[in-house]
Design a protein. Structure first.
Length: 182
């Protein structure tokens, strides 16, 4: 693990609290700064993976559709619903940008572990939305079991699909990974 790995993963880890807590308190610029730093670092030509921009586009489309679906179905409501209350807010779209920019970098190991990333996504995503609700960034409008089932199942399917799309064949260290017994 080199410096690029730690910068990518460090900025990714800072993205969630910056966006979520920022949204809860109406301080959206914090998320913009942190995710902007991640984007500036990762999209700099020397650091960019050839699939970063396509994955970014895919994540933005999926994120807008999925988090807007939660609003439209009455499952969730988001704090700081800018620019429109009826669609996924800008701060959650920043989290999708952050996710897109780690798939080919610090989290690329999951390209070879699709079941594991599916399980982690299925368990971790409802926990993330729950933690966001505790900060006041999201409100669960439906019964908890419905939110956990919908969010968990969607992420359990979505994350492996995103990592599969970028596949080990596109990983810069795929030759090393193919020889590795893990």
């Amino acid at each position: 693990m080199n410096r690029a790995f730690w910068i990518n993963q460090g900025l990714f880890q800072l993205s969630w609290p910056a966006c979520v807590i920022g949204a809860a308190y109406g301080i959206l610029w914090i998320g913009v700064v942190v995710v902007g730093a991640l984007a500036a670092w990762q999209l700099y030509p020397a650091n960019r993976h050839r699939l970063d921009l396509p994955v970014l586009g895919i994540c933005l489309v999926i994120g807008l559709a999925l988090d807007t679906l939660w609003i439209k179905t009455g499952l969730l409501a988001f704090a700081s619903p800018w620019p429109w209350e009826s669609v996924a807010p800008a701060w959650i779209m920043l989290l999708w940008v952050a996710l897109a920019l780690v798939i080919n970098h610090s989290m690329s190991v999951f390209k070879h572990r699709l079941i594991l990333i599916g399980v982690l996504g299925g368990i971790g995503s409802p926990m993330s939305y729950f933690a966001g609700s505790r900060f006041g960034a999201v409100e669960w409008l439906a019964p908890a079991w419905q939110v956990v089932l919908a969010v968990g199942l969607s992420w359990a399917l979505l994350l492996p699909a995103l990592f599969w799309l970028t596949g080990p064949r596109s990983s810069p260290d795929s030759k090393i990974a193919q020889r590795s017994p893990t």
